[in-house]
Design a protein around this ligand. Structure first.
Ligand code: FPP
Length: 254
């Protein structure tokens, strides 16, 4: 493995750059950005160096998605289970949204990107929450790509909260048991008005969902790659989109 220093720009990919067609672009792409730790370990770097490099991949993929005309990009940045990691790593991960937004917010604003957050804000350190809330506020009127950060997000908790809310509303007489349908559930999830993802991407060779959007991914196409997230390029993103464009979506029909 070639050793690279933390902070150096990534080398351009040598892959063939046949871009995806702009027809049949998935409206909503969700990504499980995995492999930061292994990427760093392979280079003899601390795990946090992988997360820092992963932050640069966030920028690349945001630009690629925007250029292609994807409307919603949801990125799994921190799960409700990630608190189990060593405190130093958690602290570092909690500083990344702030660092990313300090560098990129002006460009995101310029490019009409709307920043959103999906997750439980109560447990987040105030510096993390303030940075994200400021970005959400400054981009609220933007009409381009929606960049949705899943931060302290967990799908089972999200579904339990929605079920509790429905149970409460039934108990209070605000809704009847017969009103409980897919829309009632979807609208009470953290995704609120967002359409379900059309395409899920997971990097690093792991083939699992890790408590990510379990309800919303029911009919999504999935694309897995062995590439570690810090190495994920615009070309890889196009590769995923091209594969999506080859799939026939039947939603259980023929
Ligand atoms: C999983 O890789 C990755 C994470 C838990 C964190 C993802 C965060 C980023 C990519 C940076 C986010 C940037 C912004 C702007 C919010 P891992 O650490 O589990 O990797 P491993 O499986 O190889 O150990």
């Amino acid at each position: 493995m070639i050793k690279r220093l933390w902070g150096k720009p990534d080398k351009p990919s040598k892959q063939s750059a046949e871009p995806a067609s702009t027809d049949n672009i998935p409206q909503h792409v969700a990504i499980i950005m995995d492999g930061n730790g292994r990427w760093a370990k392979n280079r003899g770097l601390p795990r946090v160096a992988g997360h820092h490099s992963g932050m640069k991949a966030v920028k690349r993929v945001t630009m690629a998605a925007d250029r292609l005309g994807v409307k919603y990009l949801t990125l799994y940045a921190f799960s409700t289970e990630n608190w189990k990691r060593p405190k130093a790593e958690v602290d570092y991960l909690m500083k990344l949204p702030q660092e990313f937004l300090e560098i990129e917010l002006a460009e995101l604003v310029q490019n009409n990107v709307q920043v959103r957050m999906m997750g439980y804000s109560q447990q987040l350190p105030s510096h993390t929450l303030q940075a994200v809330e400021e970005a959400v506020r400054q981009t609220a009127g933007n009409t381009g790509l929606v960049l949705n950060f899943a931060l302290n997000y967990g799908s089972r908790m999200e579904m339990l909260e929605a079920v509790k809310q429905i149970a409460d509303e039934v108990r209070n007489g605000q809704m009847s048991v017969e009103d409980i349908d897919e829309n009632a559930m979807s609208s009470r999830l953290l995704t609120g008005g967002l359409p379900d993802p059309d395409l899920l991407i997971r990097t690093s060779g792991e083939i699992r969902l890790s408590n990510f959007m379990l309800w919303q991914l029911a009919y999504s196409e999935m694309w897995f790659t062995d590439v570690y997230w810090p190495e994920f390029t615009e070309e890889h993103f196009h590769e995923a989109i091209k594969e999506y464009q080859r799939r026939a979506r039947r939603y259980g029909g023929l």
